[in-house]
Unconditional design. Structure first.
Length: 478
């Protein structure tokens, strides 16, 4: 009904000239009132017949535009093109051009939206946090990394309240007034664990004239971004490196001081005594061997670390390695009356790896079991197909073979288990040095296992014993 009324009003408007002419003809007596109504009605009927499609076009166009305005008010974009013009008469040319414009607009809009989506994916995939802000310091946009750090509720928050650090506020102010450019600061974001980030502020205009024009920007219009790069790992590496240098210096200083002291004693008159000289020389020999082991283990660890990104691909028979390693400990096993138990499954498959490095893994684990298990202890070496995948074993390293070295020695308290593979970490420092340990054995094991994309699982109970399980990817030749 509304469509008919709108059409009637439109025809009445366009027929005002005809109505005026008919009124004049009535007044001068040329036609009667009834004749004028018939003429006017006939005119409207003919016009309706000729322009009915054009009026339908106008009505549908108005409806389409009203719908799109509502979508814009809801921050939505229309996805359809208006093309209801095909059977129009008077407005056929206008309708065709209007539809062509809409189709071109929709095509460009789709391309634009596609580029925006691609840019959003790229920005969200970046390892840096990106936050845009307006002239009144309100956060406009933030990528996924930033939202993960500060929470999804930060949009429209004052960026100064997000950081709450005077250094960041000063950096933003200095960049906005042009006193600072491309300057980075480092901040710490507290959490579990705390993280270290570098912060850089960039504005979209970098000349003084353009900066002055920012005064004309709308308050909610973005004028700059904050870029944040996570430097937690770099800081941890710096700390690890510093700790490592300090530890190595300390580890070498002790045997060097001992050797120097005994050498000075031997060079004095006390060194002329045969029994004392022999005793001191044995101490010097022991400390020299300890230094040699320390340097050798350190070089071995450094060599493994340089190749840790290269995954070895050769097929290795762990069963053969077990017997080769056992032969190297024949004297220790015999002298300390160690009982060795073997639990080796005959159908265990080969693993993918480096034979020499896997030999070193088993050698270090067996050496620790013999050294710290004590005399007459029992050491069991197990080799089998892994039945369940440990949580820290990569999925692409499954199925796997498990080799275990366990002992019934004094065991290790659980508070130490997490740090056993750290360089120079010892549960009992004096006992370890007394038995010739360098504190690098398990660190070497960890890095070799990491290179093979395997995992090391440690279980231990005080007074019961320890078990070290290494999971390695089984070799599947294609």
């Amino acid at each position: 009904m509304s469509k008919i009324l709108k059409a009637f009003y439109l025809y009445a408007f366009f027929s005002l000239g005809l109505i005026a002419s008919l009124i004049i003809l009535i007044l001068i007596g040329k036609i009667t009132l009834i004749e004028s109504f018939l003429i006017w009605g006939f005119s409207i009927s003919i016009t309706l017949i000729i322009t009915r499609n054009d009026l339908s076009f106008i009505y549908n166009l108005e409806k389409n535009l009203s719908h799109k305005i509502k979508l814009f008010e809801k921050n939505q974009l229309p996805s359809t093109v208006f093309n209801n013009f095909l059977n129009t008469n008077v407005l056929n040319n206008l309708g065709s051009k209007f539809s062509a414009v809409e189709e071109n607009y929709q095509s460009k809009l789709n391309e634009f939206l596609k580029e925006i989506n691609q840019s959003s994916v790229l920005i969200d995939s970046l390892p840096i946090a990106i936050i845009s802000f307006s002239k009144d310091y309100k956060i406009s946009k933030a990528n996924k990394v930033a939202l993960d750090i500060f929470g999804k509720e930060i949009i429209n928050f004052d960026i100064r309240h997000i950081f709450r650090q005077p250094d960041v506020e000063d950096l933003i102010e200095n960049v906005l007034v042009g006193r600072s450019k491309n300057k980075n600061i480092t901040i710490e974001i507290f959490g579990l664990p705390p993280q270290t980030w570098s912060v850089q502020v960039l504005i979209f205009s970098d000349t003084k004239e353009k900066i002055d024009k920012m005064k004309n920007y709308h308050n909610d219009e973005p004028i700059g971004v904050i870029l944040m790069a996570n430097q937690t790992l770099e800081k941890q590496l710096e700390k690890t490196r510093a700790d490592f240098i300090a530890n190595v210096s300390h580890e070498l200083r002790t045997p060097l001081s001992s050797i120097l002291g005994y050498t000075e004693t031997l060079m004095s008159k006390a060194g002329e005594e045969k029994t004392l000289r022999k005793k001191f020389l044995k101490v010097i020999e022991k400390q020299s061997k300890r230094m040699n082991r320390l340097v050798s283990d350190q070089l071995s660890l450094a060599r493994i670390e340089t190749k840790e990104h290269e995954v070895p691909k050769k097929s290795v028979n762990l069963k053969k390695i077990v017997f080769e390693v056992l032969r190297t400990f024949n004297n220790e096993i015999k002298n300390d009356k160690i009982k060795i138990g073997l639990q080796i499954k005959n159908r265990t498959k080969n693993v993918q790896g480096d034979k020499d490095e896997l030999f070193q893994v088993l050698q270090n684990l067996l050496e620790n079991a013999i050294r710290y298990g004590g005399k007459k202890c029992e050491v069991i070496i197990s080799l089998r197909q892994a039945e369940t995948r440990p949580a820290n074993l990569p999925k692409n390293s499954w199925p796997a073979v498990c080799i275990e070295v366990s002992d019934n020695g004094p065991g290790i308290d659980k508070i130490h288990l997490g740090r056993l593979t750290e360089r120079f970490y010892r549960v009992d420092t004096s006992r370890s040095k007394e038995r010739g340990g360098t504190g690098l054995g398990l660190a070497i094991v960890k890095h070799i296992v990491n290179r093979h994309r395997g995992c090391l699982v440690i279980d231990s109970e005080p007074s019961i014993g320890s078990k070290f399980s290494v999971y390695l990817k089984e070799n599947n030749p294609k």
